[in-house]
Ligand binder design. Structure first.
Ligand code: PEP
Ligand code: MN
Length: 339
């Protein structure tokens, strides 16, 4: 970190800043210039609040060299992390995972039929929301615990690990007991109390990027979970909000190579929420594989036109199967494998 202070800064102000940094275990090197004094701060600067230092009227600029996240940072963990989700490995050079299933669990028969369909098509995990974050309070809110139990039955029937969204801390014990991969939805990416609670368990977490969050904010949210002691984090890009209206969100595919530079954590793509249109899901899935994503999470429904949520972006099983078949070929081209 480099701090530049104006030349006329009183010595007492300069000393206060330097002492504050040294008290945090950092070392400070001073360069006296003609117009500015420059301080090079070395050590673990992730703990420094640059805005607080910047509040000093004699500070001219602060430049961060190291990112504010540490556990998530590839700098301190050069090799790719591989996350084990009940036997399915995600990340590194492991096989590309495909998570398929409905937006919402609607009943036992529905989830069982879809689970068997996605398994047969080649999926490696089953998704299904039981607690749904809906824009309207009048929209279907999910079957709750009953939905989780139907997911458990679908796992028993297919052997597929199950992924479901946790919306609040009070249901964490239920998820730790029954779910294989806890999804944190876009709307809860910065629910810091929830992130802290997830830090205390060991269950893998699928952390979606917020609707309008920067990559750094997203990685800082992953840092919350890891700082608490849970290193099993998988990132998921699901599109961000832009001015564009022809798609539900804008898929920011450049995050795949970028996140892989910045972090060792696996990253998967959700082309369903990213586009909002089943017609766009296959192309974006193939592009995601080509870009180096470690997996896909795709909404699949047996009757999309009757789905209780997100039918317009849900694939039928046959289309999902074709997507996987094409995906395997793209994976091969870039030296990866897909089940
Ligand atoms: C979902 O997966 O159904 C969902 C609500 O996703 P997101 O949080 O990305 O909107
Ligand atoms: Mn959905």
């Amino acid at each position: 970190m480099i701090i530049t202070m104006k030349k006329g800064a009183p010595q007492a102000e300069v000393d206060r800043i330097i002492e504050g940094l040294e008290a945090k275990g950092l070392s400070v090197t001073t360069i006296i210039g003609a117009n500015y004094n420059v301080f090079g701060v070395v050590g673990d600067t992730t703990i420094v609040d640059e805005k607080l230092i910047g509040a000093n009227q004699y500070v001219d600029s602060i430049t961060r060299i190291a990112a504010p996240y540490k556990k998530v940072n590839r700098l301190f963990h050069p090799e790719d992390s591989v996350i084990d989700v009940s036997g399915v490995k995600v990340g590194g050079q492991e096989k590309i995972v495909v998570i398929g299933g409905p937006c919402s669990v609607e009943g036992e028969e529905q989830i069982l039929e879809i689970a068997k369909g996605v398994k047969e098509a080649g999926a490696t995990m089953l998704r299904g929301g039981a607690y749904k974050p809906r824009t309207s309070p009048y929209a279907f809110q999910g079957l709750g615990s009953e939905g989780i139990q139907y997911m458990v039955k679908a796992r028993e029937a297919t052997g597929l690990p199950i992924v479901s969204e946790l919306m609040s801390e009070d249901k964490l014990d239920e998820f730790v007991e029954y779910v294989d991969l806890i999804q944190i939805g876009a709307r809860n990416m910065q629910n810091f109390n929830l992130l802290k609670a997830l830090g205390k368990v060991k269950k893998p977490v699928l952390l979606k990027r917020g609707l309008a969050n920067t990559i750094e904010e997203w990685l800082m949210s992953a840092e919350y979970i890891m700082a608490g002691g849970n290193e099993n984090v998988i990132l998921c890009e699901r599109g961000i909000r832009t001015f564009e209206k022809y798609t539900r969100n804008t898929l920011d595919l450049s995050v795949v190579p970028l996140v892989k530079q910045k972090s060792h954590l696996p990253i998967i793509i959700d082309p369903s929420h990213a586009t909002g249109d089943w017609r766009l899901v296959e192309s974006m899935s193939l592009a995601a594989i080509a870009a180096g994503a470690d997996g896909l999470i795709i909404e699949v429904h047996n009757h999309p036109e009757q789905a209780w949520s997100d039918g317009a972006q849900s694939l039928k099983v046959d289309k999902f199967k074709t997507l996987i078949e094409k995906g395997r070929k793209i994976a091969q081209v870039i030296g990866r494998e897909m089940d």
